[in-house]
Design a protein around this ligand. Structure first.
Ligand code: SF4
Length: 451
């Protein structure tokens, strides 16, 4: 065992010195540069990260520059890279360095581990690459390589296995070469010992690879499957402005905490199930295609005439109940998909006209009606809505039946105060506001079709 460990470390290190890629974060060992690169590289391919990394380092060249920047600017610089909590945590960590360590990232594993957003892998990567400390940096790539080389059949999804592999990785680090060795392990996993087809014939440690010797290089590592992400169908309103807002669309900012916190988006809501003859069905069409633009109808359709009328009505009612925003969805425009680690959003996007904003009492009526339909308001709140004089039906159906799209929008809409967090934007505003990828794609399609 000692022999194959020594062989592994020596051969891998020699291979790395010849074959390592030239990457922007390898220009020097500045701990801040290492830290940023390691955070960006989580769940993201090297090729994707490079332009983001260069832009980010141009804009925030030091830990102080990052700490002092407005969060919206950091998010904008991160826009498109996904997993935005990484950007927020990175900035929070930078602020901790400024406040607690005089703007110098400490050469201390415990202190680095205590910074916001730094887990065992990033701690090991920063300590070894920047400070050459013998700390293991074990991610998915490294677990795969070690499982194969040592023919380990423990489930790498289990925390206990990860800890065992961290001990093993630490024991392999050659003296004085922690940074290069850890990068060599990652590089082997990225370039040679790849997930689907390991390139054993070009592998520097092939001769003693235990997994390959017993023919298990394509079976290892063992990893139990994570629960598949939950699918959510969401109805999205692409609300077009008119009058002084012509050429603009209505967007809103997400709450300060939670999923995609503080990013901008089109108004949308979760589609409810409709119960029909005792059987739950979805009102959506269940299409599978990603980012499909639906051929636009030239006619403005009434809600009752469209095959999508159920979804459009739900969208109109839901937004009114949630924020008081009264809109008229016109027709389906496109479909898109956004994959998070635990959820998949299936988005049905509807073009819509802006109507007006309901008053407080009208919002409550709309919520009451939505409640009666099993919609957005929690059942236990029902008692609060028992005293309305006007039948909630009249509020929306009156609007839907009697108003035309043109008459509910128009120059007067500039006077209408919007719900909190909402604003009209044109294409030029996209340079400032940070949107999740899926809304960037939808709005990109929209602007390119319109202009
Ligand atoms: S020989 Fe094959 S399985 Fe073994 S470490 Fe190299 S690439 Fe991976």
């Amino acid at each position: 065992m000692a022999d194959i460990k020594l062989y592994f470390s020596e051969e891998l290190l020699s291979w790395f010195h010849i074959h390592k890629r030239t990457l922007p974060w390898r220009q020097n060992r500045d701990p801040y540069r290492v830290w940023v690169s390691e955070i960006m590289l989580q769940q993201t391919r090297v090729d994707t990260v490079i332009p983001y990394y260069e832009r980010f380092m141009d804009r925030f060249p030091t830990v102080t520059a990052l700490a002092e920047a407005p969060e919206a600017e950091v998010l904008k610089c991160w826009e498109g890279l996904g997993y935005y909590s990484r950007a927020r945590n990175l900035q929070a960590g930078a602020r901790e360095v400024v406040d607690n360590y005089n703007s110098v990232i400490p050469d201390d594993a415990d202190a680095v581990a205590g910074l916001k957003g730094i887990g065992p892998y990033t701690r090991g990567a920063v300590m070894s690459i920047a400070f050459n400390r013998p700390e293991p940096a074990v991610d998915g790539n490294v677990m795969r390589v070690l499982s194969r080389y040592f023919c380990l059949e423990d489930d790498i999804a289990k925390p206990r296995t990860r800890i065992q592999l961290e001990h093993l990785a630490k024991s392999l680090i050659p003296e004085g070469a922690a940074g290069d060795f850890n990068q060599a392990l990652m590089e082997l996993g990225a370039l040679v010992c790849t997930p689907k087809s390991p390139g054993c014939l070009t592998c520097p440690v092939m001769v003693h690879c235990q997994g390959r010797l017993v023919g298990k290089e394509n079976v290892l590592p063992i990893k139990t499957k994570a629960k598949p992400p939950r699918e959510e169908r969401r109805l999205v309103a692409l609300i077009e402005g008119s009058g002084s807002n012509v050429g603009k669309v209505l967007v809103r900012q997400r709450p300060e905490t939670g999923l995609l916190a503080q990013m901008w988006e089109l108004p949308h809501l979760l589609e409810e199930e409709v119960v029909q003859e005792g059987k739950a069905i979805k009102t959506g069409r269940g299409r599978k295609k990603k980012d499909t633009i639906i051929e636009e109808s030239s006619a403005v359709m009434g809600l009752s005439a469209s095959p999508d009328s159920g979804q459009m009505e739900q969208l109109g009612r839901g937004l009114a109940a949630e924020t008081g925003l009264l809109i008229r969805p016109r027709h389906r425009w496109m479909e898109a998909e956004h994959i998070f680690s635990h959820i998949i959003w299936k988005l049905d996007v509807f073009l819509a006209d802006f109507g007006f904003v309901l008053k407080e009492k009208e919002i409550q009526q709309m919520q009451y009606e939505t409640l009666l339909q099993g919609g957005l308001v929690a059942a236990e709140q029902k008692a609060e809505y028992n005293n309305f004089e006007t039948a909630p039906d009249q509020l929306f159906s009156g609007y839907a039946a009697s108003e035309t799209a043109a008459s509910v929008s128009g120059p007067e809409q500039q006077e209408v105060p919007l719900p909190a967090g909402y604003r009209w934007i044109g294409p030029e505003d996209m340079r400032e506001l940070a949107f999740p990828n899926v809304f960037l794609r939808i709005l990109g399609n929209y602007w390119s079709e319109r202009y």
